[in-house]
Design a protein around this ligand. Structure first.
Ligand SMILES: N[C@@H](CCC(=O)N[C@@H](CS)C(=O)NCC(=O)O)C(=O)O
Length: 219
């Protein structure tokens, strides 16, 4: 198979790309990178050769000799390459910028604060407990979701933007998964919760769920 995704079942950034690959109807090989095994397989010499940032996901297209990191860039690449019938970014420049902004609210301003290496550093350098680490993550997710919930009040339809799935929904769903994991009270965010539930009715989102992945311990 020419398309490969180096992924970790519980990684929200990997989850975004899995959803996009499914929405585009693309068959791909999932290569698990266990972030928790030993010192973390993301730091192995083998993985370093394809992703020196030591983060998942990494997308590989052997036929095209392409190796890409950064989930949002990977999704935008897939969307340009396989645009129809379900484009993930609107054609209009202002709408496109709004969709990207919401995606970046999540991918740039929320997720990095609750990443594994950040939580590990807080625990190792500053002696935080696992519970305090989860509280830190929940705090930043809640703050980010508060702004997103307000923004959605003026622009949401069935999904984040109107009635078509966009890059924003593809980023939102994995972040809600992480929010639940860290104990965020999602009752504070009814619109986000409704869009999350709506997306979960689609098979592309269902098949990308962490629990459905080959490397999920209980999967
Ligand atoms: N901005 C990157 C974030 C990638 C990222 O943070 N991946 C996490 C999992 S969601 C990771 O690999 N963490 C490993 C670590 O922190 O050591 C993207 O969107 O691809």
């Amino acid at each position: 198979m020419s398309l490969k995704l180096y992924s970790y079942w519980r990684s929200s950034a990997s989850y975004r790309v899995r959803i996009a690959l499914n929405l585009k109807g693309l068959d791909y090989e999932c290569i698990p990178i266990n972030l928790k095994q030993g010192d973390g397989q993301q730091h192995s010499a083998q993985y370093d050769a394809i992703n020196p940032a030591h983060l998942v996901p990494t997308f590989v297209d052997d036929d095209e000799d392409i190796i890409l990191n950064q989930s949002v860039s990977i999704i935008e690449y897939l969307d340009e390459r396989y645009r129809e019938p379900f484009p993930l970014l609107p054609a209009h420049s202002v709408e496109k910028a709004r969709v990207r902004a919401l995606a970046h609210d999540i991918a740039c301003d929320i997720q990095p604060l609750a990443n594994l290496r950040v939580l590990t550093a807080l625990q190792q350098r500053y002696d935080l407990s696992a519970e305090q680490g989860a509280d830190w993550a929940a705090n930043w997710i809640s703050k980010g979701f508060t702004g997103i919930e307000r923004r959605l009040q003026t622009q949401a339809g069935r999904y984040c933007f109107g009635f078509d799935v966009t890059l924003a929904d593809v980023c939102l769903v994995p972040q809600v998964y992480a929010a639940n994991r860290f104990g965020v009270d999602m009752a504070q965010f009814p619109l986000i919760s409704r869009i999350y539930e709506q997306c979960q009715t689609l098979t592309a989102f269902q098949h990308a769920q962490p629990e459905k992945q080959v490397d999920c311990p209980s999967g």
